[in-house]
Design a protein around this ligand. Structure first.
Ligand SMILES: O=C(O)C(=O)C[C@]1(C(=O)O)C=C[C@@H](O)C=C1
Length: 275
């Protein structure tokens, strides 16, 4: 199987993917951004992709949510939850008080916002933590550091100046495994829905949520994103704690549709915890 994820080597996404696909015969393709990764799946260059969707400190990865709605053929088949330990990486010999800039992916920088502030450094963003680490190594500079994985330190011969520097010790990211179309996870534990309102009527969201409550369907996450059509109008991503095979979920969706709202099942999946 061909699996795509964010590169270069040593990203958190690569770590999560390798642990998830541990028993499969996988050939890996690494892409420079989340959007490139999703596009590779759409263009059939790979069979599956793994992308981050939510972090416990910083919240949703909006590029992933927007990509899921942009490409109709994408379908989430699994969720991976991994603890994230951010590390401060620099050229060997770099002293803390020399560091003027910290380079990393925006999600990683946000998870370490207070730590970076205390360092008194400015930030520079990259498409991945591993790209930032590679650039620190290539720069030859001792006034810059990257935030990223221990694997990226190893791959780029960087020193780990400090380990586990995220602002909150318990830091987790949810990743999703995506393929092209299909609803075949036989016994899934959760389903991701995309809801667009037919018209902007008072209480539209309450009506939708009431349908799930009435059918005893637990919701574990709701995220709103702009419709991009008009300021103040939103589309919703809803995680339901029920698999696609559940009659109550299918009933909820058809009721919401009879209210004139549009519902797309973005995926139905089981949750996998990795270390
Ligand atoms: O840059 C990386 O290493 C990634 O895999 C991306 C990413 C993300 O976008 O959330 C993945 C996990 C962490 O939350 C930080 C960064």
């Amino acid at each position: 199987m061909l699996v795509g994820c964010l590169g270069p080597k040593g990203t958190f996404t690569e770590e999560a993917s390798r642990q998830y696909f541990v028993e499969e015969d996988v050939e890996w393709s690494l892409f420079p951004s989340i959007l490139d990764t999703l596009e590779a799946l759409v263009e059939k260059a790979v069979d599956r992709v793994v992308v981050p969707i939510e972090n416990s400190i910083e919240g949703s990865v909006t590029m992933t949510l927007d990509g899921l709605t942009q490409y109709e053929e994408l379908f989430v088949e699994a969720e991976i939850v991994m603890p994230i330990r951010q590390n401060l990486l620099a050229l060997a010999g770099t002293q803390f008080d020399q560091i003027r800039e910290v380079w990393s992916h925006p999600q990683a920088l946000a998870q370490c916002r207070h730590y970076v502030r205390k360092l008194g450094a400015t930030v520079k963003t990259y498409d991945s933590t591993a790209a930032a680490a590679a650039d620190v190594a290539a720069s030859g500079r001792t006034d810059v550091a990257a935030i990223g994985t221990l694997l990226a330190a190893q791959n780029n011969a960087l020193a780990v100046l400090e380990a586990s520097v995220q602002d909150v010790a318990d830091n987790f990211t949810r990743f999703v495994v995506i393929r092209r179309t299909g609803k075949t996870v036989a016994k899934a534990e959760k389903t991701l829905l995309h809801v667009q309102f037919g018209q902007d009527q008072p209480g539209a969201l309450v009506h939708v949520l009431n349908v799930f409550a009435a059918l005893s369907l637990n919701l574990s996450h709701i995220e709103s994103r702009p419709t991009r059509k008009k300021l103040g109008t939103y589309q919703f991503f809803i995680d339901v704690e029920a698999g696609w095979q559940e009659d109550s979920l299918q009933k909820a969706i058809s009721i919401v549709e009879t209210y004139g709202h549009q519902v797309r099942v973005l995926g139905t999946m089981n949750r996998h915890f990795v270390l």
